[in-house]
Write a protein that binds this ligand. Structure first.
Ligand code: CDP
Length: 221
């Protein structure tokens, strides 16, 4: 898809490592601005879920791409349905969280999901989109690009509180493992996009962050 087709959309791109607050802030900012919200991490998790169900090895690039291209995905406020199966809980579980790293490193999967993400925004005139490569690759001309950070301790604490079956040390180890892999892979690594506003969310209230970001969007549109 030609990037020119995306000009004129009101896209807010939010990137950052795991537990930096992307989902909470993305959802709240979308509702504050009257835009829809897209969690692209859930899309990569959905491909991992579909690959596990089909017993496809995450290192088998050809079959992985075919799985991503054929996947029927329903992403809604109430859950995630993959090929007709409710995957809402399972995509956040440890098996998918382990497998998603290899899936997200696959260029074929990324090409397919990038196209779906751009079509999603075209159909809506824009939206708040969060992930790892949104401002750098998917929507480089977004109205606002934000790179959220927070200390590793705070990110692990937030994530451990969300997934109460896992302990803090395990969650912290998993965050560090995924940060390293997401930042060093060849295909669309996690970077601070050119022109992004860096926002450290450590110890800052969600409402405050949302108001700060909404003011930036309103100042630019
Ligand atoms: O919620 P959390 O930050 O833990 O992860 P997520 O946003 O659900 O994303 C899960 C994984 O998908 C990440 O660790 C990345 O490997 C991958 N991902 C990506 O590569 N590109 C995106 N735009 C979004 C997620």
């Amino acid at each position: 898809m030609d990037l020119g087709a995306l000009s004129g959309l009101t896209v807010v791109a939010i990137d950052g490592p795991a537990g930096s607050g992307k989902s909470t802030i993305g959802r709240a900012l979308a509702s504050r601005l009257g835009l829809e919200y897209l969690d692209t991490g859930a899309m990569y998790r959905a491909v991992a879920f579909a690959a596990i169900r089909a017993r496809v090895d995450p290192d088998d690039a050809e079959r992985l791409r075919a799985i991503a291209e054929a996947m029927d995905l329903q992403l809604g406020p109430d859950g995630v349905v993959v090929d007709g199966v409710d995957a809402t809980l399972e995509i956040r579980g440890p098996v998918v969280t382990q497998a998603v790293t290899a899936v997200a490193a696959d260029p074929g999967v990324r090409a397919e999901l990038r196209t779906r993400q751009r079509l999603w925004a075209l159909e809506r005139g824009g939206g708040v989109v969060e992930g790892r490569d949104i401002g750098s690759v998917v929507f480089p001309d977004a109205v606002l690009k934000v790179y959220l950070t927070a200390s590793v301790e705070e990110r692990a604490r937030r994530r451990a509180a969300e997934l109460d079956e896992l302990d803090y040390d395990q969650v912290a180890q998993d965050l560090v493992r995924r940060d390293r892999s997401d930042s060093t892979r060849a295909a669309s690594p996690l970077v601070t996009p050119d022109g992004a506003v860096e926002y450290d969310t450590t110890g800052v209230e969600v409402d405050r962050i949302v108001e700060d970001l909404a003011a930036m969007v309103e100042g630019r549109s």
